[in-house]
Design a protein around this ligand. Sequence first.
Ligand SMILES: Cc1cc2nc3c(=O)[nH]c(=O)nc-3n(C[C@H](O)[C@H](O)[C@H](O)COP(=O)(O)O)c2cc1C
Length: 211
Amino acid sequence: MATAKLLIFAGSARTLSFNKKLARIAADAVHRSGAEVTYLDLRDYALPIYDGDLESAEGLPVTALVLRRLFREHDGFVIASPEYNASLSPLLKNTIDWVSRRAEDGDYKDFFQNKSAALLATSPGASGGARGLPALRQVLAHLGVQVLEHQVSIPRQTEAFAEDGSLTNFAQRAEVDALVQLLLKNIAQQRARRDEAVERSGSAAGRIQAG
Ligand SMILES: Cc1cc2nc3c(=O)[nH]c(=O)nc-3n(C[C@H](O)[C@H](O)[C@H](O)COP(=O)(O)O)c2cc1C
C-alpha cells in the first residue's frame, strides 16, 4: 500500500507561535512513523482577506493555487489551531476559504473530500485551546473532511514547551504520537474501504458484461 502523505500546519503566522511548535512535534511523529510529511508555515503562504470582487476580477491568488495543489496531493491534515475568542483564527479560516473556492483547477471536493484530519491546539489557559476546535471541526466536516473525534490540547503553553520547542511532559508527547497513529490508521482504513468499493463495482461491471 502507498505511504500516507500528511500536510501539517498551524493556524498562526507568529514566529514564536506555540501552535507552530506543536505542529512541528506532530510532523516529527509522522516522520518517525515512516509516513510522508509536508510541514507548512502559513506565513510563507500569505493571502488577502477573501473578497468576492477580487476573486471575480483576478481569479485565485497564486498562493491559493499552490495551497490547493498541496491539499489535493495529501491524504490528510494535522492542524494545530490557536483559540481566538473560542473559535479558529482568521488566518486559518481565510486559508480554508480560499482553498475551498471553485476554479479551473477544481472545487472543494478535490481539496477536502476523502481526506482525514487530526486537530491539536495549545493556549495559555487551562482549556489548552480546546474551545476553539469545535468551530474548526465544523468547517472541515462541512467540506467533507473526516475529522478524528480524538483531539489533543496542551494547556498552560509557556510551561508546557521547552526552549527548544519540545514538550516537557512525556505524557503529552505520547498523546501527540497516539493522535498521529490514529490518523494514519484512519487513512489506511479509508483507503481499504475505497479500494474494496472499486473492486466491487469492477466485478459487478464484469458480471453485467459477461451476462
Ligand atoms: C484575538 C485573540 C483572541 C484570543 N482568544 C483566546 C481564547 O478565547 N481562549 C484562549 O485560551 N486564548 C485566547 N487567545 C490567546 C491565544 O490562545 C494565544 O495567544 C496563543 O498563544 C496563540 O497561538 P500561537 O502561540 O500559536 O500564536 C487569544 C489571542 C488573540 C490574539
